[in-house]
Design a protein around this ligand. Structure first.
Ligand code: MTE
Ligand code: CO
Length: 426
């Protein structure tokens, strides 16, 4: 039997496919360099002299080559002089932790500067003892550390009517994920005594910030006593001013608006206050004109961060790392699927590390790109069995009058050139 007549791949075919495989592999990366490669064969200037001394800036900044990994805003979103929203560059980050320096911010009346000596936290209402804490008082309670995502309810809010913003930073960047150090709110409420509150299951707390907006929100007691943190550190260091220095509330899995910054007051009450921020704002109108009430939890969601419009493919066909983020306000991510054909077929992605509880989960699909166009999507499933909906499914239930809680599947049209665009598939 001649070699050609054998079943299975011939040796020549084998070599061809191996070469194709190599195109995107590390070997191909080496092939791009000159031979001999002066970066290997010649002693470079940086190896012929002393480098700089320890950083002249006492608090270090990223290397200048990374100066495009920055928060950005969308000028037409906030027409006023002071922008009140910026977006995390999720297209350029990896892993799961968001450095504070590139975490999105959202302020309703600007970021305030509140020094620790001027900080007070008041607990009042249906408690045995109305109390006022200083910052130092809070530091004397037992602390915990937890990683949680904080997603603004308006994240992806511009995309209801159609594909609008060209970049994962803009469509999905109102999210950050940090490790918080703080005191469980439960501990502080217990210190004030809750017996005056009677049956706790019907009770609420009302939380407000020290800024002019106060951003007051009502939280049911069950959540308040569960996992809410009164936090003062993020990723090991003090909260940045813009994230609520010196103290903010962390409300795991619930919409970012409830994460009150510059926390100044907690009132235990019989019912919700129904403040502006939880009635005319942070409420969605449905197609029939009625509104959804108390939409606190951020449902499971995911997005491919690369390739994406701001992170195009810059190499030819062959090995390609598709990566993104998934999260659920209901707990842990169970699975993420990725589609290259707009949702017709799916491959299960690899979750990097153990998915955290109400924290961002990084996923990877280590794949081969054939150089053709792709309609890239990701679809998250959480531990409750909930599956991230398509845009069509979400619109069927919610109509088109929503702003908040858009957790639909996102599509990036990746072209043969490697460039990507925000599109919708039907
Ligand atoms: N807390 C106060 N006191 N003032 C505010 O304007 N903005 C809220 C919330 N807490 C806000 C606030 C909104 S809408 C969001 S999404 C988060 O804070 C954003 O937190 P960040 O700015 O740390 O990202
Ligand atoms: Co918000």
């Amino acid at each position: 039997m001649s070699e050609e007549n054998r079943t299975g791949p011939s040796r020549r075919q084998f070599l061809t496919s191996a070469a194709a495989l190599g195109a995107g592999s590390v070997a191909a990366g080496m092939a791009r360099a000159q031979t001999p490669d002066p970066l290997i064969t010649e002693i470079q200037p940086w190896a012929q002299q002393f480098g700089d001394g320890v950083d002249a800036t006492p608090y270090g900044l990223p290397i200048r080559f990374e100066d495009d990994v920055i928060r950005r805003n969308v000028p037409w979103l906030t027409a006023d002089v002071t922008s009140s929203i910026n977006f995390t560059p999720i297209h350029a980050l990896d892993g799961t932790i968001t450095p504070q320096g590139c975490a999105f911010e959202r302020h309703h009346s600007g970021a305030i500067e509140l020094a620790k000596p001027d900080y007070r936290l008041m607990v009042n209402g249906l408690v045995d003892r109305e109390l006022i804490f200083t910052y130092e008082d809070l530091e004397r309670f037992p602390r915990e550390n937890h990683v949680y995502f904080c997603e603004c309810a308006a994240n992806t809010g511009m995309e209801w009517a159609g594909a609008q913003l060209n970049g994962a930073q803009f469509t999905h960047g109102m999210i950050h994920n940090m490790e918080y150090s703080g005191v469980p709110l439960r501990t502080i409420l217990q210190e004030a005594g809750l017996s005056a509150a009677g049956d706790l299951k019907d009770k609420w707390i009302y939380v407000e910030g020290a800024d002019a907006s106060s951003n007051g929100r009502s939280i049911p007691m069950e959540k308040a006593l569960d996992d809410v943190l009164v936090a003062f550190k993020a990723n090991g260091e003090a909260l940045r001013k813009e994230h609520g220095y010196p103290v903010r509330l962390v409300v795991p899995g619930w919409e970012g608006n409830m994460w009150v910054k510059w926390l100044r007051r907690i009132e235990v009450s019989d019912g919700p206050v129904e403040s502006r921020e939880e009635t005319s704002k942070y409420t969605d109108t449905l197609a029939d004109g009625t509104a959804r009430k108390w939409t606190w939890v951020m449902d499971a969601k995911s997005v491919v961060t690369s390739p994406s419009p701001q992170s195009p493919i810059t190499h030819g066909p062959g090995a390609l790392v598709i990566t993104g983020l998934a999260w659920s306000g209901h707990g842990r991510i169970a699975r993420v699927d990725v589609s290259k054909d707009g949702g017709m077929t799916w491959e299960t992605a690899r979750l990097a590390g153990e998915p955290g509880n109400r924290a961002l989960t990084r996923f990877y699909l280590d794949t081969e790109w054939n150089g053709e166009e792709m309609f890239l999507q990701s679809r998250a499933m959480d531990e409750t069995g909930y599956v991230q909906p398509t845009k069509t499914q979400l619109r069927e239930v919610r109509g088109l009058n929503s702003v908040y809680h858009n957790n639909c599947i996102q599509t990036w049209w990746v072209k043969p050139s490697g460039e990507a665009e925000n599109v919708e598939v039907s």
